[in-house]
Each structure stands twice: as C-alpha cells, then as structure tokens.
Ligand binder design. Structure first.
Ligand code: 13P
Ligand code: SF4
Length: 333
C-alpha cells in the first residue's frame, strides 16, 4: 500500500532495516522482480556501483530500449525515467525520488514551446534529451550531447531550426556546424556555474593537465577546454589518453568512473563560483543527488514511485526519440 505521506513527499521515507546488507538486498530484489537498474554518471558512487548499467543519456536510452527486464529503475532524473517509459510503454519504470528534476527540463514548459513554435512557422524543433515528455511530443528530433552536432548536420543547410532548451549547448552546436538555430534560453544549474577564475587557477597549478568540459558549460569555459564532449566521450578520452592529469568541468560524479578506469591518473573537479546558492557544497547536481541507496531499496521493494506518461504523449514523443536513435545508428554514433 502506497502511503499518502509518501505521495506528498514524492519518495518513500521508510527506514531501511539496519541489520541488512543493503547492496545485497537491492540485488536480491532485482533478481526476484526481474528488474534492471540504470544509473547516470552523475549519481552517487554507491549507486553507480550497484547499477546494472551506467552511462550517458544516449547509452541509457539505448539500454532501456533493448532491455528484457520487466521493471526499469532509473537512477537519474525524471526526464530520463520518462524517456525510458516512452521507449518501453509496457514496462514498469520506477525512479527513487519523483522530485529529481532538471533545471533544463524545467526551463522549457510545453505550452511555452508550443507558443514559440506558432510564432515561428516553418521551423523544425530539435530538443535536447533533457526535456519533459510533453516537450518531446512537440519535437522533430531529440539529441543528446553525444550526437547533437552530427544530427544537426544531417539537416539541410537552409533548414530553419529551433534548438532548446540549453542555450550553451545550442550556441556550441551553432559554432561547430555554422548554423544559426534559434536558441531557447535555458541552462543547466551545474554547468552554468563553473568558475572561470578557479579554472584559470587550476590551469596555473597543473600546467600539464588537460581540461575536459561538457558542452552545457558557458562558452568562456569551453574556450579554456582541450576536449569538449558528452560524459561518455570525456570518459573515453581519459581512458585512451596518455596524459596523467585532467581538470574536469562537468558534474563531479563522472570522476568515479574515470578514476576506476584509470587508477593512476589524477582528476581535479572545477569548483563552482559559489557554493551556497545551489544548495550543495560542490559541483554536484542537486537533483541527481536526490537518489540514495535507501530510496532505491524502498523503490524496488514497494515498486513506487512509478513514472507515468499518457498514451497520447507517448505516441507523439516516441517519433523524435526513434528519429535520434535511427540517425545515430546510421551515422555510427
Ligand atoms: P550526457 O549524459 O548526455 O552527457 O548529459 C549530461 C547531463 O546533464 C545529463 O543530465
Ligand atoms: Fe539537469 Fe544539469 Fe542536473 Fe544534468 S546536471 S540533470 S542538465 S540540472
């Protein structure tokens, strides 16, 4: 029975028995229920370690599309759970905390995008995967940071395009592709706040280090970067590079997987401008960090909170996601 108090909270706050081996109990629940745990690189280390699969947004969507599990637990943020539900409407998709939102998804309400589309007839809409299902339903093609430039390039040069909601990623794609897409004015609260001064200080302190940045960062940070890419691309770079030291301008959760793959290399996170205003003490996504082992355990045990997307929205939103997956496959991405 789902308690009213949980519904108000958006997660289950039942205390987990202290005498159990929590990771083992989570794995046991997965086995009993034929459930799979998908986790994003920005979640806590313990969650990355217990997941069946960790990845960037593109890899997580692909994994969800291919799974034979009956239950998908998305240890990430709400839009990722929605993407899984759109791809797998017959499966139960769970998320440990319904409050795990995303500043980018929040910046682009579907009604505002619909109005913007009306003001710009003849434009195609390209949406970053960090959007709600309702926004995807208004979209022509979804992209992730791993395929955005290539997918934009796949449109004819004279195609009129709207890109949302990340203005930084949009500006980066415009610069890379020579396009002039109309940009939505959204930003990621983590990537927007990396401190230029602190990055310059780190570069002075570690002159041999390579700077790796996610394209959600401001242009001024990207200009200081040696490598720009999605979380998976940055991770790959650190694995194959012979450089010993990396300064990382993306959510610091990715460093766990980088360090695991390259135990002898050094990874230094770029600090944010301030720490108080985003409610966390470092360069962590407060939404991603709403996930915890206890919430994951309870979510599997009670099979709640569950992601629901209406059939109408699923029918519309699957088109641009399938388009992304098809184009990416054709381009070998
Ligand atoms: P990728 O996983 O696609 O690199 O995106 C990062 C992100 O901000 C996810 O919320
Ligand atoms: Fe959204 Fe930024 Fe958090 Fe990613 S890191 S989920 S873009 S707020």
């Amino acid at each position: 029975m789902i308690k009213e108090s949980w519904k108000t909270l958006g997660y289950i706050d039942e205390p987990v028995p202290t005498d159990i081996d929590l990771p083992a109990a989570i794995r046991q629940l997965c086995k009993e229920k034929n459930a799979i745990i998908l986790a994003h690189y920005y979640t806590d280390k313990s969650l990355q370690d217990i997941a069946d699969f960790i990845g960037d947004s593109l890899a997580l969507a692909r994994k969800a599309a291919a799974t034979t599990a009956d239950i998908i637990v998305m240890v990430g943020v709400h839009f990722m759970g929605e993407t899984n539900k759109i791809l797998c409407p017959d499966k139960k998709v769970l998320i440990p905390d319904m409050n795990a939102s995303c500043s980018l998804a929040e910046s682009c309400p579907a009604d505002k995008l619909a109005a913007f589309k009306k003001e710009h007839p003849g434009y195609k809409v390209i949406s970053y995967v960090n959007t709600t299902a309702a926004v995807k339903a208004l979209t022509d093609v979804v992209v992730t940071s791993a395929n955005a430039c290539e997918i934009v390039e796949s449109f004819p040069k004279d195609e009129k395009l709207i890109f949302g909601p990340d203005r930084n990623l949009g500006a980066y794609i415009n610069a890379q592709t020579g396009r002039n897409m109309l940009l939505w004015d959204g930003a990621c609260l983590v990537h927007e706040r990396f401190s230029v001064e602190k990055l310059l200080d780190l570069k002075k302190q570690y002159p041999e280090a390579k700077v790796l940045a996610h394209p959600e960062c401001k242009n001024i940070i990207l200009q200081l970067a040696d490598v720009i890419g999605s979380t998976a691309a940055l991770l790959r770079y650190t694995i194959h590079s012979t450089d010993p030291t990396f300064i990382i301008a993306t959510e610091s959760g990715i460093i766990h997987e980088m360090q695991k793959n390259s135990p002898d290399k050094t990874f230094i996170p770029v600090p944010p401008e301030t720490t108080e205003s985003i409610g966390c003490h470092c360069n962590e996504c407060a939404y991603m960090r709403m996930n915890s082992m206890e919430k994951l355990y309870n979510c599997l045990k009670y099979e709640w909170p569950e992601i629901h997307v209406s059939d109408d929205v699923i029918q519309q939103a699957i088109r641009p996601i399938d388009a992304m997956l098809d184009i990416s496959k054709k381009l070998g991405l």
